[in-house]
Design a protein around this ligand. Structure first.
Ligand code: NAP
Length: 293
């Protein structure tokens, strides 16, 4: 059987599930779909999808079944039925969640006799089916390799390791990066707007800063992995003085000070712990420590 003849099923036809099913159909896969609210399957039926009359029938139709629902609770509610047979398909769960939920789901599915891969979609529906869509997978490598070509229909599919929690963990780490960068940009924009500089004018400058900082990551990562935080560029106490300007400036301008104060508080704690002469990545010690909220 050539790759695009592999029959697939998609369970969950929200905005993302519809995009996933469309990508399979565009690549020529026989595609069976199921959704709790049946209307959402109609456009896909017009594209050539077969609408299954039950979840069990969808699972039985796909050599690979993608499930993409709101959350893991919905996945369990839907599949936790003794009449639903999980043994005939490879179940690929692309629902977003945390790593504990993913590990739980993998254990539960394997107890039910399923071949199970977890996954996380780091993309928007419009990019599904193109190389722009990053889709992360974790779970048994042999299962991923068996279906790699089918999964690559959906985007740039990356295998992260046997621990089924890894895809969710990378997803959440990536989201942390994304929102942190956006929040930093919004803080800078709020500051500059007080002087009549609009967001569009600041954006190219902000982009250059973000790209420059991204270039530091490999060197800083090496310091973290070696546990050697020798200051070769700047000591943390030098950075902390500039952080004080950031806090003062925000106060003087009357903009929000929460993010500047958080940044400074993390550095102050590391300095109090004796790391003032070391380089910025030493803050990993603060980030790695649980703190009461
Ligand atoms: P959505 O448009 O809100 O669709 C949610 C889907 O889940 C619908 O098919 C819904 O069925 C189904 N569902 C919810 N609870 C259910 C239950 N108890 N039983 C059966 N079906 C149930 O959401 P989405 O945008 O497609 O997102 C789906 C997943 O993809 C989420 O985990 C999301 O985080 C992830 N994701 C989405 C994006 C994005 O840009 N949209 C990007 C990355 C990841 P009904 O149609 O019957 O309500």
């Amino acid at each position: 059987m050539s790759n695009n003849e592999t029959p697939v099923a998609v369970i969950g036809l929200g905005l993302m599930g519809q995009a996933l099913a469309s990508a399979f159909l565009a690549a020529g896969h026989p595609t069976t779909v199921w959704n709790r609210t049946p209307d959402k399957a109609e456009r896909l039926a017009a594209e050539g999808a077969v609408i299954a009359s039950s979840v069990g029938k969808a699972l039985a139709a796909g050599a690979v079944t993608i499930i993409c629902l709101t959350d893991y609770r919905a996945v369990r509610d839907l599949l936790d039925d003794p009449d639903v047979d999980l043994t005939t398909t490879t179940l690929v769960n692309l629902t977003s969640g945390n790593s504990a939920q993913a590990r739980d789901a993998a254990r539960w599915a394997e107890q039910r006799g399923a071949r199970y891969l977890d996954g996380a979609i780091m993309a928007i529906p419009a990019t599904i089916g193109t190389a722009e869509a990053t889709i992360l997978h974790s779970g048994p490598q042999a299962v991923f390799e068996e279906h790699r070509h089918v999964l690559e229909t959906l985007g740039a599919s990356t295998y992260l390791g046997a621990d089924p929690g890894l895809a969710s963990l990378y997803d959440v780490a990536g989201l942390t990066m994304m929102w942190s960068v956006l929040n930093a940009w919004l803080q800078g924009t709020a500051m500059l707007r007080t002087a009549g500089v609009d967001a569009t004018t600041f954006a190219p400058f902000a982009r250059q800063i973000a790209a420059g900082v991204a270039d530091w990551l490999p060197g800083y990562a090496d310091q973290i992995d070696r546990g050697d935080y020798s200051a070769t560029v700047a000591a943390l106490e030098t950075d902390a003085r500039a952080m004080e300007h950031m806090v003062q400036e925000s106060e003087l301008l009357g903009v929000n000070t929460e993010l500047p104060k958080l940044i400074k508080a993390m550095a102050d704690r590391a300095i109090a712990a004796g790391h003032g002469g070391e380089q910025y990545p030493v803050l990993i010690e603060e980030f790695a420590r649980e703190r009461a909220s």
